[in-house]
Design a protein around this ligand. Structure first.
Ligand code: FMN
Length: 269
């Protein structure tokens, strides 16, 4: 009898401990989720700033400072096929990665070396304006397969849509010291001033095996990541994909039209 009671007691005690732990874990998951989401958004903004050259890769700045620097940006949801703004979609809540997985809000991607399976119908871009409200630069999301992982990042282009301002990845699982060197500030510093596209706006930028020249002499090529040719090729592939007609080609065309129209207005004034 005494033995039976102690088995029951042990079972009840274990169940009680499990119950308390489950409540503790799930309540902390719920309370931390909000903070995690805020931090994720902050991290994304930091990467947009880094791509645009408004923040150093290893710079530590407060959340307020991030918001302050981010104030020259406007998040815009665009229709990927037409490049037009989609004001009916709230840029604050739009999640491109979720949209991509939803068959009603995405389409099958054409075969591509970046191994992107679906394209979202809409994409979230960031437009940077000067103090007078004139468009200065655009930051577009890029993604594609490297070696063993998909890299997610931002490419910033000047308003001519050809000149690179910078590239920053915010998510990947490439090997540290090899493909992971995409995060190395020295490698990232090789991007600004190079040309992503040629004069007819065909994507040209390429991460080569070996060393490229200076941006003025060798505008379409960037140094390869040593010992990581596959990741390097992955970066080239995603540039070609996202700057092309299935990616942001139509949007970048509209940006050029807007910039040309804006300069005509200024000339006439
Ligand atoms: C454990 C391990 C991890 C690797 N990680 C990467 C990587 O993240 N990116 C990459 O391109 N190559 C990586 N490689 C190397 C590739 O297998 C391949 O050798 C390399 O991309 C070829 O580049 P190279 O011609 O510049 O040497 C890794 C190799 C090993 C053994």
């Amino acid at each position: 009898m005494q033995r039976q009671f102690s088995v029951l007691y042990n079972l009840l005690f274990s169940a009680a401990v499990c119950g308390v732990c489950a409540i503790f874990v799930s309540s902390s998951a719920v309370t931390l989720k909000e903070r995690q989401d805020v931090n994720k958004l902050l991290d994304k903004k930091k990467n947009v700033l880094q791509a645009a050259g408004l923040m150093e890769a290893r710079e530590k700045i407060s959340a307020e400072e991030v918001e302050q620097r981010f104030s020259s940006f406007r998040a815009v949801v665009i229709d990927l096929a037409t490049g037009e703004e989609a004001p009916e979609i709230d840029a604050e809540t739009f999640d491109q990665q979720k949209a991509k997985k939803d068959p009603a809000r995405s389409r099958e991607a054409p075969p591509n070396f970046s191994l992107v399976k679906r394209f979202p119908n809409h994409a979230l871009v960031y437009e940077m304006t000067d103090a007078a409200g004139a468009l200065e630069a655009v930051v577009v999301p890029v993604e594609g397969y490297g070696l063993g992982s998909t890299l997610l990042g931002f490419l910033a282009l000047d308003k001519d849509t050809r000149t690179v301002r910078g590239l920053a990845y915010y998510d990947h699982k490439e090997t540290p010291g090899l493909g992971g060197e995409v995060d190395n500030p020295r490698w990232k510093a090789m991007w600004p001033g190079r040309l992503a596209m040629d004069e007819s706006f065909t994507p040209q930028i390429e991460v080569i095996k070996g060393a490229a020249g200076k941006p003025a002499d060798d505008p379409y090529r960037v140094d390869g990541l040593s010992g990581a040719t596959i990741t390097s090729r992955g970066v080239t592939n995603m540039m070609e994909l996202w700057l092309g007609p299935d990616g942001f080609g139509p949007y970048l065309e509209r940006v050029r039209q807007r910039v040309a129209a804006g300069s005509q207005v200024k000339e006439a004034a």
